[in-house]
Design a protein around this ligand. Structure first.
Ligand SMILES: Cc1ncc(COP(=O)(O)O)c(C=O)c1O
Length: 463
C-alpha cells in the first residue's frame, strides 16, 4: 500500500498553501503562434475581402491586440501584459478604466484600448492616463475633447468607436456610424483611430456560429464603407476575436483581438498551436477518519453511512471552486451532464435544493475539480466559501500536505490568491492581489481609524 508523500515546500508558501502557477514562456509562445498564423496567406484573404466589399485594403498583416481584461482572464494583468508586450503584442485591451489604470500604475506604457464605452465622468482620468477609450456617445466625445484641449493642447487623442452588429451588448447602430464618426472627427483634439465590432461567438466554432460571424462582418463592412465614404481614414478597423482568428480570416482587417487563444484555449496539435499556461495548486490541510453517522460540511447535507476518510483543502467557492461551467470542446453527453450539474448548483446557491432534493447537492458539486496526480478526487458535501471536503477513502497516497491541482474557471479564480510566474522553468516572480488602481482614480485610502475610504473628485495631482 502506498503512503502519502509530500512534495517540498515552496518559498511562497509562507503566504499560504494555495497558489496559481503561470508559465510566461507558454504565453509568449502562444502569442508567437497566433502572430505567425494571422500573417501570410490567411491575411491575404482579408485583403481580398476588403477589396470585394469596397473597403480600403489593409496595409499589411493585422496588428495583434492581446486582451488582458478581468485580471488577464485570471492570469494577473500586470505580469501577463508584460509578457505579451515582450512577445510583440501591438496593443492591449481591457474592459474597464480601472483595469487600464492598474496597468498604467504598474508602468505599462503601451497602447491600451478600453472596451466598455467611456462615460462622461471617466473622461478626465482616461485623458490623464493616456488610455484609448471606446466612445459611443457625442456627450462623452465632447467631454473628452474639452479635457484634451485643456490638458494636452495640440495633441490628437485617439479614440475607437464600437458598432453593434447584432450582439445587442454595446455600440452604435451600424446605420448611425458614418454620421457619428464625422461629428466625432470634427471635434478638436480627437482622432478616430479605430472602428470595431465584437462577434457573439464566444468559444463556439460550429458552422452556424461561423455563418453568424460572416453576417456580422458584412454588416460591419457596410458601416465602415459608409464611414470611409465620408473621406475619413480609420487606421484600425477590427472585428476578429479568437474564434474569428481560427475560422474567419477575411475578418482580420487591420487588427485582431485575442484573449482565449493567447491563454491557450485552443489546440496544442493544430495551428496555431497553443497551450494553457495556468495551474491552481493547493495542499491538503487536514485529514480525518469518520465513523458512520458523521455529518460532513454545512447542513450537514451529507451524513456518511460507512467509515470514510476525509481531507480538507483550503479552497472554496470564493476561489472559484464549483462555480464553473466548461461547455466548449466536450462531447454532447458530457456537456449535458455539466449543464445539469451547473443548473443544480445554481438552484443550491438560490437555496432551492430543499427537503428530498437536498440529496442532489452531492451530485451538483461532484464534478472533476480537484485532482491528485491526475486523478479526480470527489467532493463530499457542500463546498464552503473557502474550504472544501474531499472523500479520500481508499486513496492512501493522499495525506496532510498532499498537493492537489484545482480546475476552476480562470476568470473566477480568486484574485487574492498569489500568482507565481515561471520562465525558463524557474519561478521568477510571485505577487499577491493588486488594489491600488482605486487610489489613482480618486478613492482616498482610509485615514487611520476612520473606516472605509471616501470618494473624492480626482484632482490633477492624481497622475
Ligand atoms: C471586445 C472584445 N474583444 C475581444 C475579446 C477576446 O475574445 P476571445 O477571448 O474569444 O479572443 C473580448 C472578450 O470577450 C472582447 O470583449
Amino acid at each position: 500500500m502506498t503512503t502519502s508523500s509530500v512534495s517540498p515546500v515552496r518559498p511562497w508558501e509562507s503566504l499560504g498553501p494555495t497558489w496559481v502557477e503561470i508559465d510566461l514562456d507558454v504565453l509568449s509562445a502562444n502569442l508567437a503562434a497566433v502572430r505567425a498564423f494571422v500573417a501570410g496567406p490567411r491575411w491575404e484573404e482579408s485583403a481580398r475581402y476588403a477589396a470585394a466589399v469596397g473597403l480600403r485594403p489593409p496595409v499589411g498583416p493585422p496588428k495583434v491586440l492581446v486582451v488582458v481584461k478581468s485580471d488577464a482572464y485570471g492570469h494577473g494583468a500586470v505580469a501577463t501584459a508584460g509578457a505579451a508586450l515582450e512577445a510583440g503584442a501591438d496593443m492591449l485591451g481591457v474592459s474597464t478604466l480601472l483595469e487600464g489604470l492598474e496597468l498604467r500604475q504598474a508602468g505599462v506604457a503601451a497602447r491600451i484600448l478600453v472596451f466598455n464605452p467611456l462615460t462622461p465622468p471617466e473622461a478626465a482620468v482616461a485623458v490623464r492616463a493616456g488610455l484609448t477609450p471606446t466612445v459611443n456617445s457625442l456627450e462623452t466625445a465632447a467631454r473628452l475633447a474639452e479635457e484634451v484641449v485643456a490638458r494636452r493642447p495640440g495633441e490628437e487623442f485617439a479614440v475607437h468607436v464600437s458598432l453593434d452588429t447584432g450582439m445587442s451588448r454595446y455600440g452604435l447602430r451600424p446605420d448611425d456610424a458614418a454620421e457619428f464618426a464625422a461629428r466625432l472627427a470634427a471635434l478638436p483634439g480627437l482622432s478616430l483611430e479605430g472602428v470595431y465590432t465584437h462577434f457573439p461567438t464566444g468559444a463556439d466554432r460550429g458552422p452556424a456560429s461561423v455563418a453568424r460571424m460572416r453576417r456580422h462582418l458584412d454588416t460591419f463592412a457596410r458601416a465602415v464603407r459608409a464611414v470611409e465614404a465620408r473621406g475619413l481614414r480609420v487606421p484600425l478597423r477590427h472585428a476578429a476575436c479568437s474564434s474569428a482568428v481560427l475560422e474567419l480570416p477575411e475578418s482580420y482587417l487591420d487588427l485582431v483581438r485575442v484573449g482565449n487563444l493567447f491563454y491557450g484555449y485552443g489546440s496544442p496539435t493544430k495551428e496555431p498551436r497553443v497551450r494553457e499556461a495556468w495551474k491552481m495548486v493547493t495542499r491538503v490541510l487536514e485529514v480525518r477518519e469518520v465513523p458512520p453517522g458523521t455529518g460532513v460540511g454545512y447542513g450537514p447535507d451529507v451524513v456518511v453511512r460507512r467509515p470514510r476518510r476525509l481531507a480538507t483543502v483550503p479552497v472554496g467557492y470564493a476561489d472559484g471552486v464549483g462555480v464553473e461551467i466548461h461547455l466548449s470542446g466536450t462531447r454532447p453527453r458530457e456537456r449535458l451532464t455539466r449543464l445539469a450539474k451547473a443548473a443544480l448548483a445554481l438552484l443550491d446557491r438560490l437555496g432551492l435544493l430543499l427537503g428530498p432534493l437536498a440529496r442532489l447537492r452531492r451530485y451538483a458539486w461532484s464534478q472533476g475539480i480537484l485532482f491528485h496526480e491526475g486523478r479526480p478526487v470527489p467532493i463530499l458535501g457542500r463546498v464552503s466559501m473557502q474550504q472544501t471536503i474531499l472523500d479520500i477513502t481508499g486513496r492512501p497516497a493522499i495525506g496532510p500536505g498532499s498537493l492537489l491541482t484545482v480546475e476552476v474557471h480562470r476568470v473566477l479564480a480568486n484574485p487574492r490568491l498569489g500568482r507565481v510566474y515561471y520562465s525558463g522553468g524557474e519561478p521568477i516572480l510571485a505577487r499577491t492581489a493588486p488594489g491600488l488602481a482605486e487610489a489613482a482614480a480618486g478613492w482616498e485610502p482610509p485615514a487611520a481609524g476612520t473606516g472605509p475610504g471616501r470618494l473624492r473628485v480626482p484632482g490633477p495631482e492624481a497622475f
